[in-house]
Design a binder for this molecule. Structure first.
Ligand code: G6P
Ligand code: ZN
Length: 543
């Protein structure tokens, strides 16, 4: 077979963000757009000749068409094989696992994560390396450099592969293996958690509601929770992946998973609720009348992971992204293990996990995971919670009370200002940067600024340095405000303001988070002039 070499010219803006290249679907569907980027990935990783890749995505609109293009291009570039999830489906953690299990040279994951899907919504593509994790900055930089000089791409002329038929076929000389997307992943979960104990929990009448948000975790959750663990039929809702996620926003937080929140706060609600995002790597945990913030969830999981068989020997270390609350630091200190603080983005955990320095990692953005794969993993977090609930025989609210009374409570909230004018957002950040020397000592209401700086990370494993990773304002009260511009948005800029205040007074652990944080919220606004600069009265989303 002679591959067709198609002349092309560089397309501007193909710079991978926090998690691969994300753009409006119609942008991706423009002539040569996807092809240029796929060829740049192949070139950026040193070619794919003789290599094996995992390919799959979250099932959103254009997922199937894009996979056909990727397969024809992989064949034309001399790849030996592609392992593809049936119907083009692979959750991000399942793809990460498959890359590791099969020892492939990495994989291409098609997803825009929690962003809506459809012809007028978002699409995305990222490359994960042979360790199963998102490409490091070095690799994404090389990919981006290629997009700037690309002059041709290779693509085979061939019929579509039938993605719905499990088994092996070949495409222009390349082996294509279509696999069940769920079974290997489910087996991995079974090896980590006490399925017997969780089965007994459900058999005893424990009720759960898992909202798959019409996204990729539906088939995984149905197989694991209902079929293998015996949760009642109907435990998984919105369980069939849809190209447009049913018109919803597949982001598991109290705003976008409001229906789940309503069920969990109803008088006759279930004992345990959970949701996952478009590609299955995020999670939301909510008990009966008790929402658990991602930062608190990380702290509880780190504290009690040893109750699950896969972590019975304890943790080597813990890692969290910088804007994530410091709740988990207190757990690490009590256990006498290291707690690493990394920039936002799961890829920064990869080296720590590979080096065996961290076992559990987490981010405020609803991501938790461990060394079992190299992505955050929504269902994994849900199963670890279930294992802990089964082992302790306690409800979520009681576990949270125990936790706070032992470690104190890091009140925490994130305020997002979406689709802000980019110049205004950059101006706000630049102005803060210019005041690092003068802010300390200044008073804002009852708070005094103690420190002001911009986070930079020195990777302890490979020595690389990542700068410009978020502006931190520390208060003498122990409170903190962090300012960061999102790296995953597709329109304008999204300003994220992360607010935190530690409380150790036993009488003050049960407050409303927004109320407990009011002084920090007011100080953050006063310091950065958020309302003035963005022209907004308040945040678009509060989590
Ligand atoms: C993706 C990454 C996460 C990261 C998040 C940050 O979801 O996988 O690891 O925390 O992006 O998004 P942001 O919009 O804050 O840059
Ligand atoms: Zn995701």
């Amino acid at each position: 077979m002679t591959p067709t070499i198609v002349p092309t010219t560089p397309i501007e803006g193909q710079k991978p963000g926090t998690s691969g290249l994300r753009k409006k679907t119609r942008v991706f569907m423009q002539p040569h757009y996807l092809e240029n980027y796929v060829q740049a990935i192949f070139d950026g990783i040193g070619g794919v000749e003789g290599k094996t890749l995992v390919v799959g995505g979250d099932g959103r609109y254009f997922n199937d068409r894009a996979i056909q293009v990727i397969l024809r291009m992989a064949a034309a570039n001399g790849a030996a094989a592609c392992i593809v999830g049936e119907a083009g489906i692979l959750s991000t953690p399942a793809a990460s696992h498959l890359i590791r299990l099969r020892g492939t040279d990495g994989g291409l994951i098609l997803s825009a994560s929690h962003n809506p899907g459809g012809p007028d919504e978002d699409f995305g593509l990222k490359y994960n390396g042979p360790n199963g994790g998102p490409a490091t900055e070095g690799v994404t930089d090389r990919i981006f450099e290629r997009t700037k000089v690309i002059d041709s791409y290779r693509i085979a002329e061939a019929q579509d592969v039938d993605l719905n038929r499990i088994g092996e076929t070949s495409l222009a000389g390349m082996r294509v293996e279509i696999v069940d997307p769920v079974s290997d992943y489910a087996a991995l979960m079974e090896s980590l958690f006490d399925f017997d104990a969780i089965r007994a929990l459900f058999a005893g009448g424990f009720r759960m509601r898992f909202d798959a948000m019409h996204a990729v975790t539906g088939p995984y959750a149905t197989e694991i929770l209902e079929n293998r663990l015996g949760a009642a039929k109907g435990t998984v809702v919105n369980g069939t992946p849809k190209p447009d996620f049913g018109g919803g926003h597949p982001d598991p937080n109290p705003i976008w998973a409001k229906d789940l929140m309503d069920h969990m706060y109803a008088a006759d609600g279930p004992d345990f609720g959970a949701a996952s995002d478009g590609d299955g790597d995020r999670n939301m945990i909510v008990g009966k009348g008790c929402y658990v913030s991602p930062s608190d969830s990380l702290a509880v999981l780190a504290d009690l992971a040893h109750l699950a068989p896969g972590y019975k020997d304890g943790l080597a270390g813990i890692a969290r992204s910088m804007p994530t609350s410091c709740a988990v630091d207190r757990v690490a200190a009590a256990k006498g293990i290291s707690c690493f603080e990394t920039p936002t983005g799961w890829k920064f955990f990869g080296n720590l996990l590979d080096a065996g320095q961290a076992t559990i990692c987490g981010e405020e953005s609803a991501g938790t995971g461990s060394n079992h794969v190299r992505e955050k993993d929504g269902l994994w977090a849900v199963l670890l919670w279930l294992n802990i609930l089964a082992a302790t025989d306690k409800q979520v609210a009681a576990l949270m009370e125990d936790h706070w009374s032992r470690y104190g409570r890091n009140y925490y909230s994130r305020h997002d200002y979406e689709a802000v004018d980019s110049a205004a957002a950059n101006g706000l950040m630049a102005d803060l940067r210019a005041r690092f020397a003068t802010l300390p000592g200044q008073e804002f209401g009852p708070l005094t600024v103690a420190t002001a700086d911009e986070f930079a990370y020195d990777d302890p494993v490979d020595g690389s340095r990542s700068t410009g990773q978020g502006i931190r304002i520390g208060f003498t009260s122990g409170g903190r405000a962090v300012f960061r511009l999102s790296g995953t948005g597709t329109e304008g800029a999204t300003l994220r303001v992360y607010l935190e205040q530690l409380e150790t007074d036993p009488a003050a652990l049960g407050r409303d988070a927004q109320e407990a944080l009011a002084p920090v919220i007011a100080a953050a606004d006063a310091i950065a002039g958020i309302r003035e600069r963005t022209g907004r009265d308040g945040p678009d989303v509060i989590t």
